[in-house]
Design a protein around this ligand. Structure first.
Ligand code: 5RP
Length: 221
């Protein structure tokens, strides 16, 4: 089974969590499968709040109404992918540069179901370069602060986020205390969001595997 088929399998399994109302929808190739799957059950929910312009366009193209989070209020369910997940369901996200809106919609949702292929499950976060969204004028300043924290930031040139900001991808971090590092990086002036999702981790992780979709819940530390 290919990695993409595993992503699709996880996405289809997430339909079981759809119980109506407005659904929070993330961004990425795994979520694209989820959006396609949602289009097959359109009568069972009202619409979506989306975490990116790309996902909004796909939702609309499939006839799924896209709502503004300000009018939708809190959501029962958010479904999104991840670049890495550990066994406490702390995540690294932002490979698709949508991390800030993803963190907002995750924060507004009661249940966060993360969908991924099994390669995304790791013992320690940090092999995937950690995305950090920064205000353009703060790019070099933030990069120097990230070096002080032990990382090697690389500017994702040519990438402008949906919020008009830039992305630094930080290599060389072994993220042993995800919640602490999330707070430290978020406190650097000029950082909009770091792609660590530990203060608000996923509640459920659905992994596509060659043996079928597997549901993982958080191990205590
Ligand atoms: C986008 C993200 C995605 O969830 C993450 O990059 C995973 O993407 P994919 O499903 O394509 O592997 O955080 O900002």
């Amino acid at each position: 089974m290919t990695q993409d088929e595993q992503k699709q399998q996880a996405a289809i399994a997430a339909l079981a969590y759809v119980e109506g109302g407005i659904i929070g929808v993330g961004t990425g190739s795994t979520v694209n499968h989820f959006i396609d799957a949602l289009a097959t059950i359109k009568g069972r929910f009202e619409g979506a709040v989306s975490s990116s312009e790309v996902s909004s366009a796909r939702l609309k193209a499939l006839g799924i109404p896209v709502h503004d989070l300000n009018s939708a209020g809190d959501l029962a369910l958010y479904v999104d992918g991840a670049d890495e997940a550990n066994r406490q369901l702390h995540l690294v996200k932002g490979g698709g540069a949508a991390l800030t809106r993803e963190k907002i919609v995750a924060g507004a949702s009661t249940r966060f179901v993360c969908i991924a292929d099994e390669s995304k499950l790791v013992d320690v976060l940090g092999k995937f370069p950690l995305p950090v969204e920064v205000i353009p004028m703060a790019r070099s300043f933030v990069a120097r602060q990230l070096v002080r924290l032990g990382g090697t930031p690389v500017w994702r040139e040519g990438c402008v986020t949906d919020n008009g900001n830039l992305i630094l991808d930080v290599m060389g971090l072994e993220i042993l205390e995800p919640a602490k590092l999330e707070q430290q990086i978020n406190n650097i002036p000029g950082v909009v969001t770091v792609g660590i999702f530990a203060l608000r981790p996923a509640d459920v992780l659905i992994l596509g595997t060659p043996a079928g979709a597997r549901t993982v819940t958080a191990e205590s530390t």
